[in-house]
Write a protein that binds this ligand. Sequence first.
Ligand code: NAG
Ligand code: NAG
Ligand code: NAG
Ligand code: NAG
Ligand code: NAG
Length: 531
Amino acid sequence: MLVYLTNFFIAWLAYFWRPKQQPCDSLTLPHIPGVDIISMTRQEVYNYSVAASPPYSLADIHNLNFCNVSLTLTHPGENDTVAVSVWLPLANWNGRFQATGGGGLAAGIIGLASARPVSQGYATAATDGGLTLNGTSNPQTGAWALRPDGSINTALLENFAHRSIYDMTIIGKTLTERFYGSPPKYSYWTGCSTGGRQGYFAAAKYPSLFDGILAGAPALNFPRLIGYMSWPPMHMFQSAAPPQCVFDTFLKAIIDKCDPLDGATDGLISDYNPQSCPFDPETLVGQMVPCPEMASDSPVTITAQHATLVKQILQGPELPDHPNLWTGLPPGASFRGTANTEVINGSIVRPVPFFPIIGWIKNFVFRDPSYNVFDMNLDDFDTVYRLTLDAYNGIFGSDDFTLSDFRRAGGKLLTWHGMADELIPASWTNAFWDRVDRKNGGDADEFYRVFLAPGLGHCSAGYGPNPVDPLGALVRWVEEGSPPDRLSAATVRADGAEVTRELCRYPATLVYDGHGDVNDAGSFSCRPREA
Ligand SMILES: *[C@@H]1O[C@H](CO)[C@@H](O)[C@H](O)[C@H]1NC(C)=O
Ligand SMILES: *[C@@H]1O[C@H](CO)[C@@H](O)[C@H](O)[C@H]1NC(C)=O
Ligand SMILES: *[C@@H]1O[C@H](CO)[C@@H](O)[C@H](O)[C@H]1NC(C)=O
Ligand SMILES: *[C@@H]1O[C@H](CO)[C@@H](O)[C@H](O)[C@H]1NC(C)=O
Ligand SMILES: *[C@@H]1O[C@H](CO)[C@@H](O)[C@H](O)[C@H]1NC(C)=O
């Protein structure tokens, strides 16, 4: 009887003394070492909706109710103005915190990146890292690289590399605790591309900030990636740039040639080793292809010059003394990422470099916003590549990461990467995993897993199956100790057919069982890497 009464009393106490949710409009922040808060606003937002905008929200999201905390901070003496946005669900908080990352030359996407986490019950944060120059500049222009006097803005460089991850997360967790009366039980990072790269930097630089990190298609080895992305346009500035109908023909021929090699003619190349696709661009020379984007009705003839260009793009960048510093465009990946072109006035074909590359070359490399990227030749490419490696490998390089502190802190890192990623080849993620695995005594799998998706392009682009709920898989790994063995992926093809796959954990490869529907995950198994 006494036990019951005592229990009742404790429950009663717990009820009245439970941490109270603070009103949104009276939330404050304590002093946070290293930053000065310049301004802070907070108000409740009701019935907030966003339209689908991959990869931040894959479907329309409606009727969110949250406490919107918006603040700017500066690092004393560094003259930066960093915006941080924290959204706290007014009801049904799931007890977790989620920080979100950016893309290209942006550290984060305030507003857009926060809707999905809030719709799933997460308290969440995003930051611009100061790169919008107090809301006056698009970070993808790279204008933030230079101070008004033309020198490199080292404060913003550090924010972009990793510091803004820390600031946003400390502030986000603190506000979460103050608002709900208890700290988040688990904290997560989610991001793709640059957001994926930031996830790896979070693990390496701040090993106990997150329990789980979801890092899609990470922009690892950022300095070398710059060289990789500049290589195709650099060749096209020098020779004639083909219209995309030409590249699309090469892509189709590559898929036709290499898709069946994995045993299934399913339109997807499932072998992650680019060397295993023996495609020879010369075989297409002389072929005539219809080209609706050109004004003239006549088809375009594929030339030897086109074939050479495609060979260079598939091989990847080289410097005279460093052949093959990077792999080339993966087999099955669209040329519209790094080798995009546009047709002007029906007949003039111009290269369209991946936009952030232009800002990088002008501002980070030549420190001259008026520099004409479209006039560059291969000697200039050499300069861009070397200068980028020399000046930025120290801050953006990831070759020496072991992630062992993150492992010791109990963190889990889950990465997925499209094998047809048109911007960042998955083979670099594989090489990174191999190295970390070696440095961790061959059992990196205990805390770090990579899943490769055939036919998937950058983040959620491409034509192959897309991971369905990778964050859910990470949460089960972190909170239930149940590591993902395979990762469910699905897509609906243009012809309406649903294609599913259970993605394999690298270094295993998806192989067809030899019978059964090639669109169905059940017809495929994972084959371990051959010794
Ligand atoms: C939000 O929408 C619901 C129904 O869609 C409505 O009943 C409610 O009044 C709205 N709340 C506010 C604050 O606008
Ligand atoms: C959150 O607050 C900031 C600052 O007042 C404002 O600019 C922003 O639009 C708000 N976001 C939403 C979704 O209301
Ligand atoms: C500080 O930043 C502002 C806005 O970005 C700029 O106008 C000003 O010149 C900077 N001051 C110094 C000392 O760099
Ligand atoms: C940032 O912009 C706001 C207006 O949007 C302005 O009030 C504020 O003074 C600016 N802050 C700095 C540090 O320039
Ligand atoms: C396209 O045509 C317009 C109108 O004739 C002309 O002004 C423009 O310069 C042309 N563009 C190029 C790149 O030639």
